[in-house]
Design a protein around this ligand. Structure first.
Ligand SMILES: [Zn+2]
Length: 196
């Protein structure tokens, strides 16, 4: 499964993480089904209260309101635009799901009242260079958590992605960065200087 985090969403996350400082914040991921197993986050909600330095407690009532507004905005086209899952920050820890995170997500995805086929959990934090460090994990009913690869989607933005692997503790760092186009067409400097 692939998750696209477009530039504006990354920017919003970075701004919120900066404001929250050492408090955990989180909210909903709302997105678009792009194709096959590729989804794009097009909006997030942010719950700034309820989090401490070490845990985040979601407020279901607030989430319900947010979702209703999202469905209204996307004309109830549920097949294309829907609730994708949750996100929260780990300001003091690696941005990988904790044991509690995994148990919580699994219970939500298996809740028939929620009625979803899968859920994604995005865990994020502000990196040392004010970049976004994040992992994404997919949960399915009666199944094991799966690693979700994160891409920026066009246009390219710079951020560092920590992906949670199936073991959830093995780590893989993937650097997504814009590459200057002129690189391959650079004129040979030595030759230029030699002509003088
Ligand atoms: Zn967590």
């Amino acid at each position: 499964m692939q998750l696209q985090l477009p530039g504006p969403v990354v920017k919003r996350l970075l701004e919120e993480l900066q404001v929250a400082g050492s408090n955990e914040i989180g909210g909903l991921l709302m997105g678009e089904h792009v194709r096959d197993d590729t989804f794009r986050v097009i909006d997030i909600s942010v719950q700034r209260s309820g989090g401490s330095g070490a845990c985040f407690v979601r407020d279901p009532a607030l989430h319900q309101e947010t979702l209703q507004a999202f469905f209204a905005r996307t004309n109830g086209d549920y097949a294309r635009f829907n609730y994708l899952g949750e996100w929260h920050s780990h300001p003091a820890f690696e941005p990988l799901p904790s044991g509690v995170d995994i148990a919580t997500m699994q219970s939500i995805v298996e809740d028939t009242a929620v009625g979803v086929h899968f859920l994604i959990l995005l865990v994020a934090r502000l990196g040392d260079r004010r970049n976004l460090e994040a992992s994404a994990t997919a949960f399915i009913p009666q199944g094991r958590p799966m690693n979700v690869s994160i891409s920026s989607g066009p246009p390219a933005t710079r951020f560092r992605v920590l992906q949670s692997l199936r073991s959830l503790y093995a780590r893989l760092t993937l650097r997504v960065s814009a590459r200057p186009d002129g690189l391959t067409n650079r004129r040979p400097l030595m030759q230029e200087e030699g002509k003088k």
